[in-house]
Design a protein around this ligand. Structure first.
Ligand SMILES: N[C@@H](CCC(=O)N[C@@H](CS)C(=O)NCC(=O)O)C(=O)O
Length: 201
């Protein structure tokens, strides 16, 4: 199998962390692409032109990141990342959607911020930042009990918070939500996180 990915894509990072959980590193070859350069092979694989996209051994392609993580849960040997014995049913999905929703807003903010200033919409940028702030407050209320990589919740919380530090550092979310900062610090020091640090790209 081959994974189209970009080392700075937080969605791809969620997949890399799921691959690590299921020890699938040997079975999936990584193909680095920059989706913003519209590479032909990526567009052929994924009509949306986005990473991550996983090419299966029989040529079929799976996207997006959530679909790929479900496949890894299906074929992997480790625990299903959406299962949780310490959270009620559907709660891991909601919290993953919350963390991924922050990514959607933050990635949209970032892409708009690198457009010519005259083309940027202050209204939409502010709206995105407001959504991020309110979702962070909910994350702080719904904090997983332990700072260990047990499920998709800890993975996606870590990826999203680190993406905010990486690309929207001016938010200084650590000052507004010290409880989140304290919780995520040991997560970001784990090997799967340091191995996939986008700053190394
Ligand atoms: N919902 C998708 C989002 C993927 C996504 O937006 N990837 C970005 C990189 S972070 C991308 O490829 N963008 C290229 C584009 O928007 O043209 C997923 O979960 O995989």
């Amino acid at each position: 199998m081959q994974l189209f990915y970009s080392p700075t894509s937080p969605y791809a990072r969620n997949v890399l962390l799921a691959m690590d959980h299921h020890a699938m590193g040997e079975k999936i070859e990584l193909k680095t692409v920059n989706p913003l350069e519209d590479p032909e092979d990526l567009r052929r694989a994924n009509p949306l032109g986005k990473v991550p996209a996983l090419v299966l051994d029989d040529g079929r392609v799976l996207y997006d990141s959530t679909t790929i993580i479900h496949l890894l849960n299906d074929i992997g040997m480790a625990t299903d990342l959406f299962d949780s014995d310490h959270l009620p049913i559907f709660e891991p999905m909601r919290l993953y959607a919350l963390a991924n929703g922050i990514l959607d807003l933050a990635v949209a903010w970032r892409l708009e911020s690198i457009r010519p200033e005259s083309e940027q919409s202050n209204h939409w940028q502010q709206r995105r930042l407001r959504g991020i702030e309110e979702a962070l407050a909910e994350m702080a209320r719904a904090l997983p009990e332990k700072s260990t990589l047990q499920s998709i919740v800890e993975i996606s919380y870590g990826v999203s918070l680190d993406y905010l530090t990486f690309r929207l550092g001016f938010l200084n979310w650590q000052n507004s939500y010290p409880v989140l900062a304290e919780w995520v610090e040991p997560i970001l020091r784990t090997r799967p996180f340091t191995d996939t640090d986008p700053r190394k790209a």
